[in-house]
Write a protein that binds this ligand. Structure first.
Ligand code: FAD
Length: 481
C-alpha cells in the first residue's frame, strides 16, 4: 500500500516536471514565431522583435531605430503584469532583464543604485552584506525594479506605502533619445507620471532607491474574524517594532469562507546574530506547490490547505527569520500550465472602514458564481497621492484575490462579467482596483476608479505625441482599440 502511494507520488511529480519542461519549450517556440505573452497566457500578441540589451547605448539605439522605422516600442520586465502592459501588436519589445547590474550601494545614506532590469532578488543579494533591506517590494523576489516602479507596487510593511515612497530619483530615456534625471525636484511632473505610469513615458534606466535596515524578526500568529481585522490591525500598526503583517482570508468552501483570517506578524527582535542575517538559499517550495495544486482542483484541497496553514504554519515558514530572507521568496510554486485554464490575480482597494462590508459582497459573488478562489489576502496601504494614477488616495486595505479561470472565449466573457461585478462593489464602497491585471474593467469603471486617467493620457500625448511607447493597456483605455 505504502509502495503504491509512493509510486503514485513519483508519477505525479514526473508528470509535473514533464509539463513544466513542455511549457518552457512551448514558450520558446511561441517567441520564435514572433508571439509574445505574459504570465497569464491570456494575451498572445504578434510582435516585430524582442531586443535585449545590457548597455544604455544599445537601448538608446533600439529606441532610435524604432522611431526611424515607425515602429512602436514596448518595455518589458518579467511580464508578470497580466493585461499585455509590456507589449503591443507589431511593436519592438525592449526586454530589460539583461540590464540588471547593481551600480552602487551607499550604506551611509542607505541608498542603492540599480539598473531597472534587476530583480528584487538581485538587489537583496547586493545589499544584504551591508545589513540593508528593501523598504517596499512584492511578496516575491522575481519582479524587476523597472516593472515594479511602473505599476507602483505595495506590500506588507505597514510603515511604508507604495514603492514611490522609497524612490529617490531615476534616469529616464525619453522619446527623443535624451536621458533626464527625474526626482521630486528635477522634472517632478515626470516623477508623478512615470511611477505607476506603465512604461508610457520612456525607459527607466537606473534607479536610486532608499533602503531600510535588515533585521531579525520573530513570527506570531493569531486567527480572528474578518470583522475584527480593522481593530486588530490598528493596534498592531501602532507598534513600531512590528515590521510585516500578512493577513490571509479563508478560501475553504465552508462557514469560514472569507471570514476567518490568519494574521501573521513579524516583530523586530533587535538581535544581531550574524548567521541569521546571512542570506539563505530560497526554498524549493515543492510541498507548497503540491498543496496549492490540490486546492486548485478540489474543494477538499482548499479545506486541507486552510487547515494546514492554521495548524502547521511553522512547518511552512520559520519562526525566526531576517527581513531579507522573508522577502527573498521564490514565485516558482505558482507556476502552472494547462491548455484550458490559468491562474490570475486581481486586487481591490477599499477605505479601511469598508473592509468588512466589501468582503460580505465579495463572498456573495464568489458563492453565487462558484468561483475557484485560490487565495485571498489583505494588504494595508496608507494614503499616498504622489503619482497621477494613484490607487491610494485614501488610507485603504487591498484585498488580493487569486483565481483559477477558464481560457475559452465563453469562459473569458463570464470572467469579465463577474470581475466587473466585484469592481462595481469596490467602487460602491468608495474604493478602486489595481491596474496591472487583465483589462476586464469597463471604460466607465476605470474612469471612476482613476479620475485622473484622461489627464494622464493627455500628458502622454504631450510627452509622446507620436505614441512611440505603446502597450495594450494604453491601446485599450486611451484608444479604445
Ligand atoms: C503572482 C503575482 C504576485 C504579485 N504580487 C504583487 C504584490 O505583492 N504587490 C504588488 O504591488 N504587485 C504584485 N503583483 C503585480 C506585479 O507587481 C506587477 O505585475 C509588476 O509590474 C511585475 O513586474 P515585472 O517585472 O513582471 O513587470 P512587467 O509586467 O514586465 O511590466 C510592467 C509594466 O512596467 C513597464 N516597465 C517594465 N520595465 C520598465 C522600464 N525599465 N522602464 C519603463 N517601464 C517599464 C512595462 O512596460 C509594463 O507596463 C503580483 C503579480 C503576480 C503575477
Amino acid at each position: 500500500m505504502k509502495n503504491k502511494k509512493r509510486i503514485s507520488l513519483i508519477i505525479l511529480i514526473l508528470l509535473l516536471i514533464g509539463l513544466g519542461i513542455w511549457w518552457s519549450v512551448q514558450k520558446e517556440v511561441e517567441e520564435e514565431k514572433g508571439i509574445i505573452n505574459d504570465v497569464s497566457r491570456l494575451n498572445p500578441t504578434h510582435i516585430t522583435a524582442i531586443i535585449k540589451n545590457q548597455e544604455v547605448q544599445g537601448i538608446q539605439q533600439a529606441v532610435e531605430e524604432a522611431r526611424k522605422n515607425n515602429l512602436k516600442v514596448s518595455i518589458a520586465g518579467k511580464r508578470h503584469s497580466m493585461g499585455g502592459h509590456a507589449f503591443y501588436k507589431e511593436a519592438l519589445v525592449l526586454d530589460m532583464t539583461a540590464f540588471n547590474k547593481t551600480i552602487n550601494v551607499d550604506p551611509k545614506r542607505k541608498i542603492v543604485t540599480v539598473q531597472s532590469g534587476a530583480t528584487w532578488g538581485d538587489v537583496i543579494e547586493a545589499i544584504n552584506p551591508h545589513t540593508l533591506a528593501i523598504g517596499v517590494m512584492q511578496a516575491y523576489n522575481s519582479f524587476t525594479v523597472g516593472g515594479s516602479l511602473s505599476v507602483n507596487v505595495h506590500e506588507s510593511d505597514p510603515h511604508f506605502g507604495p514603492v514611490v515612497e522609497t524612490v529617490e530619483s531615476f534616469r529616464l530615456l525619453l522619446v527623443n533619445g535624451t536621458i533626464v534625471n527625474v526626482s521630486r525636484t528635477e522634472n517632478p511632473e515626470l516623477f508623478s507620471l512615470v511611477i505607476g505610469g506603465y512604461g508610457l513615458f520612456g525607459v527607466i534606466l537606473d534607479v536610486d532607491l532608499r533602503l531600510t535596515e535588515n533585521a531579525i524578526y520573530k513570527k506570531q500568529e493569531q486567527i480572528i474574524d474578518y470583522k475584527e481585522y480593522y481593530r486588530v490591525f490598528k493596534n498592531l500598526k501602532e507598534d513600531e517594532n512590528i515590521r510585516v503583517i500578512f493577513a490571509r482570508l479563508s478560501i475553504a468552501r465552508d462557514e469560514t469562507l472569507l471570514k476567518e483570517v490568519i494574521v501573521t506578524t513579524y516583530e523586530n527582535t533587535q538581535q544581531t546574530d550574524q548567521q541569521q542575517l546571512e542570506l539563505a538559499h530560497a526554498q524549493s517550495g515543492k510541498l507548497k506547490k503540491w498543496l496549492f495544486g490540490l486546492s486548485r482542483s478540489y474543494d477538499w484541497g482548499k479545506k486541507l490547505r486552510w487547515y494546514l496553514q492554521k495548524k502547521y504554519s511553522d512547518k511552512f515558514e520559520p519562526e525566526i527569520i531576517s527581513r531579507n530572507n522573508l522577502m527573498n521568496n521564490d514565485i516558482g510554486f505558482l507556476d502552472y500550465y494547462s491548455a484550458t485554464d490559468t491562474d490570475v490575480l486581481q486586487e481591490y482597494f477599499v477605505p479601511v472602514e469598508q473592509l468588512a462590508a466589501f468582503t460580505d459582497k465579495l463572498r456573495e459573488i464568489v458563492e453565487k458564481n462558484n468561483l475557484n478562489l485560490l487565495s485571498a489576502t489583505i494588504r494595508y496601504i496608507p494614503k499616498n497621492d504622489e503619482t497621477v494614477l494613484s490607487y491610494a488616495t485614501k488610507e485603504s486595505y487591498g484585498v488580493v484575490l487569486y483565481f483559477n479561470i477558464g481560457m475559452s472565449e465563453e469562459e473569458q466573457e463570464d470572467v469579465q462579467r463577474w470581475t466587473r461585478e466585484i469592481t462595481a462593489e469596490a467602487l460602491a464602497h468608495n474604493g478602486t482596483y489595481y491596474l496591472p491585471y487583465k483589462l476586464y474593467a469597463s471604460q466607465e469603471q476605470i474612469r471612476k476608479a482613476y479620475p485622473h486617467l484622461d489627464q494622464f493620457f493627455e500628458k502622454k500625448q504631450q510627452y509622446d505625441p507620436q505614441e512611440l511607447f505603446m502597450n495594450k493597456f494604453y491601446a485599450t483605455y486611451a484608444k479604445q482599440e
